[in-house]
Design a protein around this ligand. Structure first.
Ligand code: PMT
Length: 393
């Protein structure tokens, strides 16, 4: 669990810090809050105490705090120091090394990475002296998140709005993620396929694409160059992902085999149809009689085809099972010649298809690991960390 020291300086954007604390904790960060005197005029320490679960620090010289957690201890405790919002005055003080309150003293005492999310009136932001302070802070290796352009609390329009808490968190994660897959090229398939019966009907399955898209997003955070081949889903591709949309198993096969050269890793998270109609009717099939039959033929096995290439990437399959999870997964691992298989239960109340949550039982030659039920983003990060380890092994 990462420890975030959150500094709040005085400005109307201080109200956003409450949401930031909530999001940080939801994402497994431990949070301690430091407020300037001005910040306490905008939002009460009690609110931040309730949200962070810890007393809020406001005084540089406080006999009680020196006994409990003085500024040096607080600076040592932190894995990262985030100041959000950082007002123009706060930036000016930090850039000059002034230390006349707890927040600015902590900045000098902190040896961990420092991030600031500036927030101020657009004219104050554009003032040359603020820009000089900003540049000086950047030279001192302070990471700057935002600000954004838009309408401001003062009624003006321009740069100076504090970045929204969810985006601050996303940037914090990107800037902090261990680059376990740096310079690795990774190809991921996601979602279902649609096998057309006629111009208006198709056979498909319940895959939402959430698992594959979470893998793409997390692989990016770990430094990988990601290509995502997606069946039809209702999701937005993660930023900076090379995305290719396909519909049928045959299209997915063609695109993946075209993209696979030069890839270090292939993860087949798509729920590819095993069978497809023999013939796609050119006209809508008419209703007739009480029963009807479909004639289906086998699709090509994409993951097995990749795993049997001469210069194959590290190939990871999934196994979606309603029973005999381990037995079927191990069989697929061998039969398809995979380097790893991630098995999940489907058709149960929790996890699997469409859910935001999932659990995985992962197998490879002479090894296995269990990832218990968690949200797919977290699970994707756990699986990718394991893949990075196995890749190096
Ligand atoms: O998309 P979500 O709603 O988030 O759900 C996630 C998921 C349950 C779809 C995902 O976690 C998952 O299990 N994906 C694989 C589903 C599947 O098709 O499993 P399977 O056991 O039928 O296939 C085994 C492996 O062979 C899979 O890696 C599959 O991608 C691959 N395959 C299957 C058929 C085929 N013609 N070509 C293939 O490459």
């Amino acid at each position: 669990m990462k420890r975030v020291l959150l500094g709040i300086s005085g400005g109307i954007a201080a109200y956003k810090s409450a949401e930031l604390v909530r999001l940080l904790r939801k994402n497994d960060y431990e949070v301690r809050v430091v407020m300037t005197h001005a910040a306490t005029q905008f939002i009460t320490p009690l609110t931040l105490q309730a949200l962070s679960g810890h007393a809020v620090h406001t005084q540089l010289l406080d006999a009680n705090e020196e006994n409990a957690m003085g500024h040096i201890n607080l600076a040592r405790w932190a894995d990262l120091f985030l100041i959000a919002p950082a007002s123009a005055n706060c930036m000016a003080k930090l850039s000059l090394g002034l230390a006349d309150d707890l927040l600015s003293t902590l900045y000098l005492a902190a040896e961990c990475p420092v991030y600031i999310a500036p927030a101020m009136n657009q004219a104050m932001w554009n003032k040359p002296v603020t820009q000089e302070n900003l540049n000086r802070l950047k030279q001192h290796k302070v990471n700057v998140i935002g600000p954004e352009a838009g309408s401001q609390a003062c009624g003006e329009v321009g740069y100076g709005r504090m970045t929204e808490p969810s985006d601050v968190l996303a940037q914090l994660k990107t800037l902090n993620a261990p680059q376990l897959l740096l310079n690795k090229k990774i190809l991921i398939s996601a979602g279902p396929t649609r096998e057309a019966l006629d111009p208006v009907r198709y056979i498909t399955n319940r895959s939402s694409g959430k698992m594959g898209y979470a893998l793409a997003q997390q692989a990016q955070l770990l430094g990988a160059e990601v290509t995502l081949v997606s069946g039809p889903v209702q999701l937005t591709a993660p930023n900076n992902t090379h995305i290719l949309h396909v519909e049928s198993a045959a299209e997915m096969y063609a695109v993946i085999l075209q993209q696979v050269a030069g890839q270090d890793i292939f993860i087949s998270a798509a729920a590819v149809a095993d069978y497809t109609p023999d013939n796609v009717q050119t006209e809508k099939i008419k209703k007739q009689g009480n029963n009807t039959q479909l004639s289906l033929c086998k699709t090509q096995d994409i993951v097995a085809s990749v795993a049997n290439l001469t210069n194959k990437p590290f190939t990871v399959g999934f196994a979606a099972e309603t029973h005999n999870l381990e037995q079927y997964a191990l069989d697929k691992l061998q039969r398809k010649n995979l380097d790893m298989i991630a098995a999940n239960w489907v058709g149960h109340a929790e996890g699997g298809f469409d859910s935001a949550y999932n659990a995985l039982q992962v197998y490879w030659q002479n090894g296995q690991k269990t990832f218990t039920m968690t949200d797919k983003t977290q699970l994707a990060s756990q699986l990718l960390t394991l893949i990075a380890e196995r890749l190096d092994a």
